[in-house]
Design a protein around this ligand. Sequence first.
Ligand SMILES: [Fe+2]
Length: 294
Amino acid sequence: MVETHGFTTAPLQATFGAVVTGRRLAEIDEAAFAWLYGVWLDRALLIFPGQHLTREEQVAFARRFGPPEFEIAPLSNVRPDGSVRATAEGDEVVKTLLGNMGWHHDSTYMPVQAKGAVFSAHVVPAEGGETEWADMRAAYDALDPATRAQIEPLSAFHSLRHSQARAGLSPAQGVTPYGFGVDEPPLRPLVKIHPETDRRNLVIGRHAYGVPGLSAERSERLLDELCAFACQPPRVWRHRWTPGDVVVWDNRRLMHRACPWDMTQPRVMHHSRIAGDPASEFAAPAAGAAVAVG
Ligand SMILES: [Fe+2]
């Protein structure tokens, strides 16, 4: 337990993460934020219970970490009229929610991968609907030397079209959800040096496929095996949400996923995505690469 700037921080029982209490995030000054940013780089996931931020306060807090990829969007199975989206049958929103249940980094399928995200809970189901994170820095550190040497020179394409198709969640024809407009998928290294910590991190997850130099089958097996190895204790944390909770995570180090819940129950979360720095998070498409769907 550490107390600074009126905050109390308690590390999670994992290789990353901390619960931070004691201050309203909407009221902290520059010095307190600078300290908090350092803790964030060190722990990668900060959980702030009981904040109850307004939309404006959440956007303002996220902007302190950097410019937005998008300011705030609901991740919700509740329609504007209050009814609940309970099935993926013909429902593009539920397809997105179900896709989020696979391990991923946000926006690796975009030319510039996200830096991080602020995420808050507003309505939560009685059971399930937690969020889990996994530490790709600790995962890299835990790999045996032979595997490290094998993957160091490798890259993978990243595509939301690919990941949603593999999960059986492709959008209906003529529908182009966020991320589906990328025709030439970016090619990202499997091992990437974090621009602010200089530490190596795995960049893998459900959007990754098609490692150049490997057959489709070997590529899929390698990526699946890396993901299964990486996302194990003590490198994972599951957070059970209470309305009012706010978290911020480092998308350059952590993967995350949503846990299933009974979708006849409402779940309303607000997601603010922090843009990656193009100097470090841009990945060029490989000329002529097609999106392999399936
Ligand atoms: Fe996500």
